[in-house]
Write a protein that binds this ligand. Sequence first.
Ligand code: FAD
Length: 405
Amino acid sequence: MDAVIIGLSAAGLSCLDALLKFSPQVKVTAISEEKYSPYCRCMLTHYLGRIVREEQMIIKDISACPPNVNLLFGEKVETIDLLKKSLTLSSGKKISYDKLLIATGANAVKPDYYDEKKRTFTLRYMDDARKVEQHIKDSAVVLGGGFVGIKAAYGLLERNVKVEMIVSSPYPLSLVLDEKTARFVEKDMRDAGIVIRTQDDIAEINMKKESVAVSLKSGIEVYSDVVVVGKGVKPRVDVARKSGIKIDLGIMVNEFLETSAEGVYAAGDCCETMDVARKVPWINAIWPVAVEQGYFAALNILGANTPYAGSIGMNSLKTHSFHLISGGVLKEEEGVVLYEKHFPHLKQFRKLAVRDNVPVGMAFYNCPEDAGLYINLIKKGMPLNADPVKIVNGELSIADMLRPF
Ligand SMILES: Cc1cc2nc3c(=O)[nH]c(=O)nc-3n(C[C@H](O)[C@H](O)[C@H](O)COP(=O)(O)OP(=O)(O)OC[C@H]3O[C@@H](n4cnc5c(N)ncnc54)[C@H](O)[C@@H]3O)c2cc1C
């Protein structure tokens, strides 16, 4: 069997590793548009902060791949011919497949005023981080208060860069957190020295002498060396769409991660699977979910018919001023009861969302202990074996939770 993988990051690499683990002789071609050995994208903000060097981000020693693996870097897949089961690459080369995995990930959203000549960059690929690195001296505007924006802001603080963050919503992390939890994050960020301008947005960017002049809709003008845009991501579905594969939010797949085309699978940020907390198809665009899906795609490519149960959104954000672990959904909605407890003297906060005695969301602020347990309960849809009030009060240990019913 000839297996082909498009994209060699979290999902593609996990699929490659699993294919080789369970079928060492399988012939695999993996194609990556990027020129580099697979690296951990999550560390781009650490790279900007000079906390890690580029070579420390590499996650696969490609020289150790067996001869039945063909890795093509710096090549983009332009089209997929589903009838002929073949791909056309940017170089004009054609590659045929028996089974195909699409693991094309996502692109960063670029606003209308995005212009690299005005030192405005997104932060998705190594090339983006290199461009920021090339222009930054001592100040930056970060646009967007999501996880990537916050990680970028803290990364830049590490190298003594003055950071101003522009957030269009009333508080950071508004898409994933409830207001109360998010306000803790906002306060700690301000205390760490990040200037945060909420409910504002960029109207225009111009170069003024050596500085980038960022005009905000509120009328304020901010000067900096660069603008780093963190306005979310869009799944990369262009190649799949052109071939006729069905797309909704992302590439649609069945429980075996197979797309509408037989023998063609999808995994990672480009595809939508069941969100077990929301109970609707969703894209949980995070590294561990991409890895898990790449693994399940490999099992199914090899014919093991192993259903993928779905995922939840989860995040761990550890900075020098706070540690937040969150997962699932925390918004108020019918049937969901929210439990919370704040310990001001410890700067700790615990919040749990429960539907029909099953946890569907959580946020633990500065108290990471046992967070993994609750993330797992949410993911598996398992009922609580304890009073949620005692959980948020921190009165229970894992041993209490694991005691049989
Ligand atoms: C700055 C930053 C920080 C992050 N931090 C975290 C974090 O702390 N925790 C977390 O869980 N997640 C984090 N993420 C998200 C995480 O990196 C993604 O969820 C993960 O990389 C998704 O993996 P993927 O394999 O689906 O796609 P990607 O990592 O996007 O990789 C897709 C690959 O496919 C290639 N490709 C696309 N189209 C083609 C084509 N047509 N031909 C050939 N190649 C193609 C792309 O160039 C890319 O190399 C972060 C992301 C960023 C950008």
